[in-house]
Ligand binder design. Sequence first.
Ligand SMILES: [Zn+2]
Length: 269
Amino acid sequence: MEACAVRRAFPRPLVALCVFAFVPLLTGASHRTANFVVDAPTTEMARTIAEHAEACRVSIAKAWLGQELPPWNTPCPVKVKLTRGEAGGLTSFGFNRGRVTDQSMSVEGRLDRILASAIPHEVTHTVFAAFFGGPMPRWADEGASLLSEDERERRRQDDIVMDLFGRRGDLPLGRLFRIEDYPSDLIGFYGQGYSISRFLIEMGGRPRFLKFVKAGLKVGWDNATKTHYGLADVRELDRAWRSWHRLASTTPPPRDALVIRAQSGSADD
Ligand SMILES: [Zn+2]
């Protein structure tokens, strides 16, 4: 996916990064399913996207949480803008007392890219928002959501990470973990978030990754690293990730290893 942003209304002050200039949407038709109401240029397109979003909601929640999300009280609105370009998206959340109070989504791009890239990515944000009940650290929210996208996009992220280690420059994980807002080098930030998320999930699975991120927010990243991955601290995790990356760059794992849609969806931890 070209890029995605998550906007959160509470408890953090409103942090908005509109990656795309969402010009007034040319909405022509609407289709409603149990958990989504999609506005798109045609009824058929709205139905296709809504049904795909429902399927993603089931498979992604099962993959990450081991079970489906309960039905939402209010369907999540999804605005669709069809373009000839790559996919992009924006999901906004309101939180109150550890719960999502409202959410809305916008996606744009070619239909095939919206289905393969933007919808799984944005739906993953909604699963994380339901699990955390508040803002998830940006690197994890974006990095792990990228893992839901198709092989083409994941290959692109792998290339970006190679570039990071080459000329673009990466951040020490201790700094990456503390970033609260989208930095100026969005592409590098997404790529590094994707790479460290993939590394942590390959080490310990998705449920452990979520526990680690939750613990990092509560007790600090060093403690969380020690508890959930048995490494001394974030500096050691940083070294382990770089070693893994060097190895992974020469002997890539099976490309389908992290495709959520291909999984049976059980929790592994
Ligand atoms: Zn995103």
